[in-house]
Design a protein around this ligand. Structure first.
Ligand code: GLA
Length: 372
């Protein structure tokens, strides 16, 4: 009788994120300012005991489903692709990943604009790195996790989400320069009198439906017309001249959003450093207006959440994430969060929308901090 091989399990944990400000700036090589959430994805890797070859078995605790993926190949957009895509991306880069079983257990709401997919990808790369002894650097981990999203699942997102999930730190926002991918951890801990409220608008946001890619294409086309590598290269002072050189009205609006949004991120960083919460709030609200009017990525449920928050004491409020639904953040006086919850319920009922969910958050640990 042969002895059974020892079963070793490795767990990777990585959080969802909220982007405080800097929306649709990442693929324009600009700035973003996310924080990590307390809600996390957990991926447990162990050697595969069924099937042959290099296949993987992926299970989801939430879906109560198990899938055997014999040959992870790009192009299939399914829940297991976030795990299989990381295995594929590692193998593409020459890493030996044996046949493994992955169990996925995530608290990050899907479709909430909180990067549930990046949380899974990041947790998977952390678990595989440890399981296979790969010794990946933080940047390699982020590249692999992003490659799973872009090249395996075919969703053309920028560099923010996986880096936020992996690199954020407790009580800090992550200023990421999406040109050179350099980072600065900016202290972000609100006083007790203020709370970051998250409103789940229950309108699922979807990045794979073409709106995201259209925005990205419009920015690339405008950058070509303006003769710059990326819209990051247009500063606020260059904006009037740049806009005058664009014939296409849609591109005018998109460029105005990206250029002003980059400036707002830097203004928000200064406000955080100075603990100037009213200024932070004002900048958040200006970002929302720009996403609504110029980038045209908000929807009525989202605008209603922002308007309601502002009418009930928010210092500032904006949609976070890719757009067309998802989550709204509001910088609220702590003693008015319950009032906001009640007001949102009433406002949504009146408009015939599904009741939104309100939670609160602080800047939590990213996956790398959690794995230390
Ligand atoms: C999604 C993408 C990110 C970023 C945001 C918008 O979350 O995954 O790369 O582009 O939208 O800021």
């Amino acid at each position: 009788m042969t002895e059974a091989a020892p079963r070793t399990e490795t767990v990777g944990v990585s959080p969802g994120r909220v982007n405080l400000i800097g929306e649709h700036t990442d693929y324009n090589e600009g700035y973003v300012l996310p924080i990590a959430l307390g809600e996390r994805a957990r991926v447990t890797i162990s050697p595969r005991t069924t099937g042959g070859g290099d296949g993987i078995t992926v299970s989801s605790v939430q879906l109560d489903e198990t899938v055997e993926v014999e040959d992870p190949t790009p192009g299939e957009h399914a829940w297991w692709g976030y795990v299989a895509g990381v295995v594929w991306a590692l193998r593409e880069r020459g890493h030996q990943i044996g046949p493994v079983t992955a169990v996925l257990d995530s608290e990050v709401p899907v479709g909430g604009g909180l990067s549930s997919s990046a949380a899974i990808e990041s947790a998977t790369v952390l678990a595989l790195d440890a399981h296979e002894g790969l010794g990946l650097s933080p940047e390699e981990m982020a590249e692999v996790a992003q490659a799973a999203e872009n090249d395996f699942l075919g969703v053309p997102t920028g560099p923010m989400d996986q880096r936020a999930s992996l690199w954020c730190r407790t009580d800090h926002a992550l200023l990421l320069d999406c040109r050179d991918l350099s980072t600065t951890h900016i202290p972000f801990a609100l006083p007790e009198s203020l709370t970051l409220a998250l409103v789940n608008t229950r309108s699922p946001h979807v990045l794979a439906d073409g709106h995201y890619a259209q925005r990205r294409d419009a920015c690339a086309a405008a950058a070509r017309t303006l003769g710059v590598r990326a819209l990051r290269d247009i500063g606020p002072d260059d904006l009037p001249d740049a806009l005058a050189r664009l014939d296409d009205d849609e591109q005018v609006r998109r460029v105005r959003h990206v250029v002003t949004e980059n400036a707002r991120v830097l203004e928000a960083v200064e406000a955080l450093r100075a603990e100037d919460w009213p200024t932070l709030g004002r900048v958040l609200t200006a970002s929302h207006a720009s996403m609504r009017d110029d980038y045209e990525i908000t929807v009525p449920t989202v605008d209603l959440a922002v308007e309601t928050a502002l009418a009930h004491g928010a210092l500032g409020s904006r949609m976070t994430g890719g757009g067309f639904g998802g989550t709204v953040i509001a910088l609220m006086p702590t003693d008015r969060v319950d009032e906001l919850t009640t007001a949102l319920e009433a406002a949504y009922v009146e408009r015939g929308f599904t009741t939104p969910g309100v939670s609160t958050s602080r800047a939590s640990a990213g996956g790398i901090e959690l794995s230390r």
